[in-house]
Ligand binder design. Structure first.
Ligand code: DQA
Length: 144
């Protein structure tokens, strides 16, 4: 099984950025733990602050992977282009958020990209990524 994690803008600053919202843990450390937990799953990782690069990656992995775990950061709330990319591909995508976006500012309540995703997981800190991977693994085994 092969899963692609895509992190959007400012998520390269995890551990440093607003630790009261996103936690103090460094991403690389968490990713190592995640990979150790699922030795049979190849977990690839990509981060970009640029919308077009995120779209290029969605297109690149969108037809032959078993799943995409996407935290589009603030583009979640603005990007019709990312929504269109998600609707163009066949790989199931789980939308992930570290924080509970429903409890925050009004503008974070609306996800433009949700209609292009299989489901939505948010509010569990970095554990949201693991929960998304679990959902993709379960879905793949249901389809076997
Ligand atoms: C986020 C929530 C977004 O509203 C915000 O712009 C982010 C991170 C989250 O993981 O909680 O950059 O996607």
């Amino acid at each position: 099984m092969r899963i692609q994690i895509i992190n959007g803008p400012n998520l390269n600053l995890l551990g440093v950025r607003e630790p009261e919202v996103y936690g103090k843990r460094a991403w690389e450390d968490y990713l190592k733990e995640l990979r150790g937990r699922y030795p049979k799953v190849r977990i690839d990782y990509f981060q970009s602050n640029l919308e077009g690069e995120i779209i290029n990656m969605i297109q690149e992995v969108g037809f032959d992977r078993d799943g995409i775990v996407l935290n589009a950061g603030a583009y979640t709330h603005t990007s019709v282009a990312i929504l269109d990319a998600l609707k163009s591909i066949t790989t199931p995508t789980v939308e992930v958020h570290i924080s509970n976006v429903s409890q925050r500012e009004d503008f974070r309540r609306k996800s433009i990209i949700s209609p292009g995703c299989l489901g939505f997981i948010g509010g569990f800190g970095l554990d949201s990524y693991r929960l998304a991977i679990e959902a993709l693994i379960d879905r793949a085994s249901d389809q076997e």
